[in-house]
Structures are given as C-alpha cells and as structure tokens.
Design a protein around this ligand. Structure first.
Ligand SMILES: Nc1ncnc2c1ncn2[C@@H]1O[C@H](COP(=O)(O)OP(=O)(O)OP(=O)(O)O)[C@@H](O)[C@H]1O
Ligand SMILES: [Mg+2]
Length: 345
C-alpha cells in the first residue's frame, strides 16, 4: 500500500465566485501543518493563472536560457528568482508567438520554453516525449517566494496568449476531456507518497462552467472515490501508485447568492447520486448576514427544490476583506482562524 492522497477541488458554474481564492487559502493553510506536503494545481487553463497572483518562482535548469527549449524530461536543478521568472514568462510568449507565425502546425510551436506550465504537461510540449518516459513531476513544481516552509508547491497554468491559442482546440473540446482527465490522473499518481502512513494534499483550482476541464476533474474525483476505484478506460488501466493509494477527495461546488448561479448550481447538484454526494459539498461564498434565511426561502419558493441535504445545507464563507488576498501585493495573508469548509485542518 502506498501513502494517502487528500484532495480538494473547487468548481463553479459562474466565474468570479472565489474558487481560486478558496484554493489558495486552503493550500496555504494546510501547508502550515508540520510535515505537510501540499501541491496546488491550477487547472484553469482558460486565461488566468495563479502565477499572476502568487509570488511564484519557476523551476530552472542551469545553462538553459529562457528562450531555449526546456527538456522537461530532465529534472530541474534549482529555481529562478521571481524577477527572472516574470522575464522568462514573457520570453516564452514571444518565442511561441514567433513559432506560431512561422508554422502553426510545426513541433516548434508546441515547445515549452522559459518556464514550465501545467499546459506543457497536459499537452506533451517537450521533445522526445513517449509513453515510456513521462515528465517527472519535479519539472512542474514552482515554489512560493518568501514562504518560510517548503511544504507548498504550485503547478500553475499559463495565462500567456500564445499558450491559450495553442490550447483552445483541446481545452474547450469535450471530446478531449477524457484525455485531459487521464493526464491529470498520471500527475496525481506521481504525487502519491511512497510510504504508507504518509499523506500528501492536493488542491485543484478549476475554470468556471462545469463542462470541460471542471468536469474532467470532477469525474476523476468520483472515479477515485469509489470503493473500488474506477479506471478511466475499459481496459482497466490505472497508474499503479494511485491504484494502491488511499484517496479522499472533497469537491466543492462554489456559488454566490446570485440567483442565476444558485439555480444553476442547484440543478447540477440535483444530478448527484447518493454515493457521489459523500464527496461533494455545496459552498456559498461571499455570504452576508441574513443569507441563510434567504437561501431557504429561495430554494423552497423561487427555485422549488425538493428537500435535498446537499443543496439545503451548504457550507458558508463570509464576504470579508481578509479574503481579498488577490488585491494585495507580495505574500498572500491567510485569513486567521479555522476554515469553515475543511473538516480536517
Ligand atoms: N469571501 C470573500 N470575501 C470577499 N472577497 C472575496 C471572497 N472570495 C473571493 N473574493 C474576491 O472575489 C474575486 C474573485 O475571486 P476569485 O478570483 O477567487 O474567483 P474565481 O471563482 O476563481 O474566478 P474565475 O471563475 O474567474 O476563476 C477576487 O477579487 C477575490 O478577492
Ligand atoms: Mg479562478
């Protein structure tokens, strides 16, 4: 038996409800625990990046210039400074744009340069990639500048226009969602601790709207949460460490008190079956006083929902200045006190 994986993912129908904020706070909070090993995965490939809100330092390969190709199959041997990271991101974008202009279909247009993003792993952006040798996870792990502890690593997505352009055909195509889910599954496999008894925490931020990437994450969550873990394809294959690991996953469907959002979220939740309901929590963020009563009225009168414990008993996070960590500069300040949506802290 390998170690344990404790996963949290944040999903929503509408954008801007607080998924990234909740993901970051969860990861930072859990990373404070002695001996913690936390990885924050930014699955929002649709145009925003945690690298733009957190002071993240990218892994580096010495003797490799920012404009040169990265061979992600080789493990990195250090980290770039924050400034170097920012510069390398721009160089990556420039080089990719040039390659796209020259030959949009050519392999050069898909190469990882400068800094590695989750996009590169999901979309095989490195030369010599084959089924026998996957990218080691160390090639993707960025560190947070100024954090006293080394217990948190982040795998950011790219918000560079060139990466978005290259990813669009895959990211927004539901036919690829199984493929992306499979890649994420392999990534999780490499985060499973070796020793039984050890635990790793994985926090996954997803883009708004359920279909697509968010559903890929949710589907993986539910497959891994079954008593008998369910493989992605009919051939029954599942990466070995993950298959042997104990996986606990809580997927949060986040909404605000906005009625469109609530109604849409409640529709999705009403599709959840009893077994799945153990792994999904409804979370209302940016709540104000009086919202609990208002929600009851809305659900029973305006939305006409039958009693459903998943919908009727949400978790609440208040609208508070302390949660506005993306408006501050530098190391994010974690709200004090226990997080109302984490059972274990
Ligand atoms: N509980 C809260 N109280 C006050 N402000 C909040 C709270 N939660 C989130 N915010 C603010 O709401 C805004 C949107 O948050 P965030 O970016 O986390 O949403 P998101 O769901 O990740 O958005 P997107 O769907 O675009 O990825 C941010 O400015 C954030 O600071
Ligand atoms: Mg977000």
């Amino acid at each position: 038996m390998s170690g344990r994986l404790r996963c949290y993912s944040f999903h929503s129908v509408k954008g801007g409800v607080g998924k990234s904020t909740l993901s970051v706070v969860t990861a930072l909070k859990l990373a404070r625990k002695p001996g913690a090993q936390v990885t924050l995965i930014d699955m929002d490939l649709t145009g925003t990046s945690l690298a733009d809100v957190l002071p993240l330092e990218a892994p580096a390969w010495s003797h490799v210039e920012a404009s040169e190709r990265l061979n992600l199959l080789q493990k990195p041997d250090g980290f770039r400074s924050l400034e170097e990271t920012r510069d390398a991101m721009e160089e990556r974008d420039e080089a990719a744009r040039k390659a796209l202009e020259e030959n949009p279909e050519g392999p050069e247009s898909r190469m990882a340069r400068g800094v590695p993003f989750l996009n590169d792993y999901l979309l095989f952006a490195t030369p010599d990639w084959d089924a026998q040798q996957d990218v080691p996870v160390a090639s993707l792990l960025w560190r947070v500048q100024g954090l006293a502890h080394e217990s948190l690593r982040v795998i950011p997505s790219s918000a560079l226009p060139s990466d978005l352009e290259r990813g669009i055909p895959v990211i927004f195509d539901e036919n690829h969602s199984g493929f992306l889910e499979g890649r994420l599954e392999y990534l999780l496999d490499s985060l499973v601790p070796d020793a039984s008894g050890d635990e790793a925490v994985v926090v996954v931020d997803t883009p708004p709207t359920i279909p697509g990437l968010s559903r890929s994450v949710l589907s993986l969550a539910l497959r891994l949460s079954r008593k008998e873990k369910q493989p992605l394809s009919e051939d029954g294959m599942m990466p070995e460490r993950l298959r042997n690991a104990e996986v606990q996953w809580t997927a949060f469907l986040v909404s605000t008190m906005d009625r469109q959002d609530l109604r849409a979220a409640a529709r999705w939740l009403s599709l959840v079956n009893e077994e799945e309901a153990h792994h999904i929590r409804f979370l209302i963020n940016r709540a104000r006083s009086g919202d609990e009563q208002q929600l009851k009225d809305l659900l029973s009168q305006a939305l006409g929902y039958e009693p459903n414990p998943l919908i009727n008993n949400p978790l609440w996070v208040k609208e508070e200045r302390t949660w506005e960590l993306f408006r501050t500069v530098g190391e994010p300040i974690i709200p004090e006190g226990p997080l109302p949506f984490l059972e274990v802290e």
